[in-house]
Structures are given as structure tokens and as C-alpha cells.
Design a protein around this ligand. Sequence first.
Ligand SMILES: NC(=O)c1ccc[n+]([C@@H]2O[C@H](COP(=O)([O-])OP(=O)(O)OC[C@H]3O[C@@H](n4cnc5c(N)ncnc54)[C@H](OP(=O)(O)O)[C@@H]3O)[C@@H](O)[C@H]2O)c1
Length: 326
Amino acid sequence: MLKLGIIGTSWIARSFIDAAHMTGKYRFSAVYSRRIESAENFSADFEEIQHFDDLADFFATSLDVIYIASPNALHFEQAKAAILAGHHVIVEKPAFSNPSELAEIIQLARQENRFFFEAARNIHEPSFEVIKAFLADQTITGADFTYSKYSSKMAPLLRGELPNKFNPKFSGGLLADLGVYLLYAAIFWFGKPNTATYDAQLLPSGVDVAGIGVLDYKDYKVAIKCAGNLNSYLPSEIYTTEGTLILDGVNAISSAKFVSMDGSENNFELQAPKHSLYDEAVAFAEILENKDFEASFALQDFAKAVAETSFEMRKSAGIVFDADNK
Ligand SMILES: NC(=O)c1ccc[n+]([C@@H]2O[C@H](COP(=O)([O-])OP(=O)(O)OC[C@H]3O[C@@H](n4cnc5c(N)ncnc54)[C@H](OP(=O)(O)O)[C@@H]3O)[C@@H](O)[C@H]2O)c1
């Protein structure tokens, strides 16, 4: 059983604990919060939890793996300190503010013989492998990926506040938030694009509330659309010389059908995830249990390709995070 430590006390951290417990491979053991009362409230449903409001004390405790779900810009220093204290780390997406931070953590983790994972949940769903296997026999001619969801942080933003999600000091913005799922899907199925651009709708803070990107592959282009100021119900599509694959989403896939050029339709039988974070929790636990460094390096290569592509897109849109100037 992996002793699990948690940084961050918002709903996503609770969600990860629930998924981790469903796997039967982790036991939530300790939580860090800036306020001890928040740590206590957060863990009220669980027994024998250690609470910390001091990060050094938290890192000094005996844990197998630490899940980091703080605002994006804090992940780097927290992951670095956790690894140096001897812990494996699962870092919420986007793991870091830019590719330089990611490269430093990958190097440190390898040097210290520790595991680092970026929690990019979508590519761990079995449906992603099903689609990959189907595409292996197809000639791709293009794709159109979209993920837009009205954010709960729009209300404070419209009241004149600056939530972490939209703050360049915390490496926020929609490409970093929802766009990362689209990039993971594209890179999982098609590899890293040759070039990538992003046309962003910028907030006064300087980060994107929405945007449209283009990933340029040798023989085709992939369109990327993400937004936090609207709800979109459009599906995502992959085009091939034989027809169109229609997915209800690429942030998570629950239905997929292929419509051939003659109009005939084939539905895929997909297994619904037990919990949106379940498959990644299983994947990380198996790698940790088997000490499978090769598997974690392969995931790190995906993380690297996504971070480099996202950074190139962000640069093309003139979005600069405070962390870029460190
Ligand atoms: N995988 C997914 O589906 C998914 C979904 C949502 C979010 N995420 C990712 O999870 C991470 C957290 O996102 P979130 O929306 O939960 O962020 P958040 O609410 O802004 O912050 C998360 C936690 O970090 C601490 N925190 C907040 N502001 C802070 C500050 N100024 N300084 C230090 N600590 C602070 C708080 O914990 P304490 O008050 O206890 O210290 C808070 O509960 C992000 O990387 C995000 O991209 C992933």
C-alpha cells in the first residue's frame, strides 16, 4: 500500500484521493495546507491522517508518494523539495510553468532515483489506446479538437478579482488549464507537431481566457480550441483518407464512431472509466510498485513534448508567466 501525501485542499485533491482509494493501492496518510484547520477539514472523512502547515515538516514525514495539486506556479519548488527529501511525486497538470522547469525536475528525479509523473489523466484511459490502435491503420488528413467549459472562476474574474487560474503569477490561462488535454491527446496519437501556434483571447492580466491553436504536422494540421468563458458541446474529430472519427471529447472519451466516406457508421465499444482519475492512479501505482523507470521515462517524454508545444504556442500568443523570467 502506497502511503499518499497531499499538497492542496481543493476538490481535485479530494477527487484524487477517492480515485486512489478505489484502486486499493494507496492509503491517504498526510496533508499539507497553509492552514492547519483547512488540513483538518479536508481530511475529516478519513482516519489517522497527519496534518501539516509547514512544508519542511510535511516532507520530513514518512510517505511513499506525494500528489501536488497547488496552483501551477508552485509545483516546481514543491516538487523539487519533495524529491530532494526522498519522495516520489505526482504533479497535477500542467506540471510546471515552462519546459526548463520540467527538464530540471526530470533530471533531478533521475539523479535521485525518484519517480516524477505529470497527472495528465486523459491519456491513461483505455479508450485512448483503442483509438490509437484504430488509427494505426489509417492515413490521417487532419483533426479538430475542442474543450471549452465555463469556469467557476469566471464569476470572481467578472467581479474584478484575479483568481489563480487567470493569473500569470500562478502560470494560469486556458491553454495551461484545458488546452493541455488537447495537446496530450494530439501528441499521444500523432506525435509532437513540427510547429505550433496559438491565437489567444487575452485578459487584462495577460493570460488567455480562450484561444485557437494550430499544430502543424508534415501532411496535415490539427486545430485546437479551448475556452473558459463559454460552454461548448461540439465533438472532436479526426479525419482520415477513409472517413471521419467522431469523439464526444478528447479530454475524456465516452463515445466514438467512425463514419466512412460512403456514410456507413461503426460505433466503438468503449469501457467507461470507474472515476475520471482512476486510470492514471492505477498507472502510477503500477509503475511505482514495479519500479518501472522505463515506463515513467516514456510518460516524461510525453510531458516534455506537451510542455515544449504549449510553450511555443504561448510564446506565439505573447503570453508570459512570471516564472519565465526567473
Ligand atoms: N486533473 C484535473 O482534472 C484537474 C482539475 C482541476 C485542477 N487541476 C489542477 O490542479 C491544480 C490545482 O488547481 P485548483 O483549481 O484546485 O487550484 P487552487 O484552488 O487555486 O489551489 C489549490 C490549493 O492550493 C492552495 N493555494 C491556493 N492559493 C494559494 C496561494 N496563493 N499560495 C499557496 N497555496 C495556495 C490551497 O490549499 P491550502 O489553502 O490548503 O493551502 C488550494 O486548495 C492545478 O495545477 C490545476 O491545473 C487538475
